[in-house]
Design a protein around this ligand. Structure first.
Ligand SMILES: O=C(O)CCC(=O)C(=O)O
Length: 275
């Protein structure tokens, strides 16, 4: 383990209480303050941002982009860049929180993604990612880690509390009319919208089935965030039920076999650390 991860305290335990675990499974998400220190964000954040902007291939003006392209710049599996970015994604503290919330003894990496919402960037459409994942159980969660204090005006990740067990169609459009319809459906089914700012170092964790969205970035500052998706280390691949699941199998689990534990080189065990 490198010295810098110890210096910035991203590997020490962060105990989750029974109440927090119950709230996570009741609401489908939880927001936790003080998971990372401001120093850690200030140390890892600029290097992640440098890499995201270096790897970004989206240079169209906002007015010429699709709704999805307006929402964010997206770079995937940043951990493969190595160095301190890998160190960040491999944080023991974050992975152990995921394991505690999921109630499993060990978690693997599913994948990571950077979501950079530019100034004037549009809304992140409502979605529940689990529809696209060929996973045999619900023991999978996403840590959403903003790399600055994130006000409402910047577009913090927001959740429909309790929506993780709601069965809905995956094939929703991304236009504003559809967004309003999904939001109304969430409301009608009693799923409270939780849309609140994030303090520096605050991190949310949500289940694959939880509906979430983010409003557009009305500020002149970029809203930088990294998602790390963790799954039970014993997670098995299920037979894909749609084209998205098929694509995600080939992208994130190349070579994994249906019915077997997903353990490709792209899915290292993150907690407990093996080396
Ligand atoms: O950062 C965003 O706007 C979207 C993030 C997201 O959808 C996720 O982490 O699952």
């Amino acid at each position: 383990m490198s010295d810098t991860s110890n210096r910035y305290d991203i590997n020490t335990p962060f105990p989750i209480s029974l109440q927090e675990r119950e709230a996570f499974w009741r609401d489908g998400f939880i927001k936790l303050k003080h998971v990372l220190s401001a120093e850690a964000i200030r140390y890892y954040g600029p290097e992640i941002s440098r890499k995201v902007l270096e790897l970004n291939t989206m240079h169209l003006p906002m007015s010429e982009r699709t709704i999805y392209q307006k929402a964010f710049l997206k770079i995937m599996n940043l951990w493969q860049q190595g160095g301190i970015i890998r160190e960040f994604v491999f944080s023991q503290r974050l992975a152990s929180i995921a394991a505690q919330l999921l109630g499993v003894s060990s978690v693997r990496l599913f994948h990571d993604q950077a979501f950079y919402k530019e100034p004037g960037g549009g809304y992140t459409p409502w979605r529940a990612d689990g529809y696209d994942w060929p996973l045999a159980s619900d023991k999978v969660c996403t840590a959403w880690i903003p790399l600055q204090q994130t006000s409402l005006e910047m577009g913090p990740l927001a959740f429909a509390a309790g929506s993780h067990r709601f069965v809905y169609t995956r094939d929703q459009g991304w236009d504003e009319e559809t967004q309003a319809r999904i939001e109304a459906t969430m409301r009608e089914n009693g799923f409270r919208l939780v849309e609140t700012p994030y303090d520096i170092g605050e991190v949310s964790f949500h289940l694959g089935g939880t509906f979430h969205y983010a409003r557009g970035n009305e500020t002149d500052q970029i809203r930088a965030a990294v998602s790390i998706i963790y799954m039970d280390a014993q997670m098995r691949l299920k037979a894909p039920e749609n084209a998205y699941q098929q694509l995600n199998w080939y992208t994130w689990f190349p070579g994994a076999k249906i019915g077997e534990v997903i353990a490709t080189p792209l899915n290292p065990i993150l907690y407990p650390r093996e080396d």
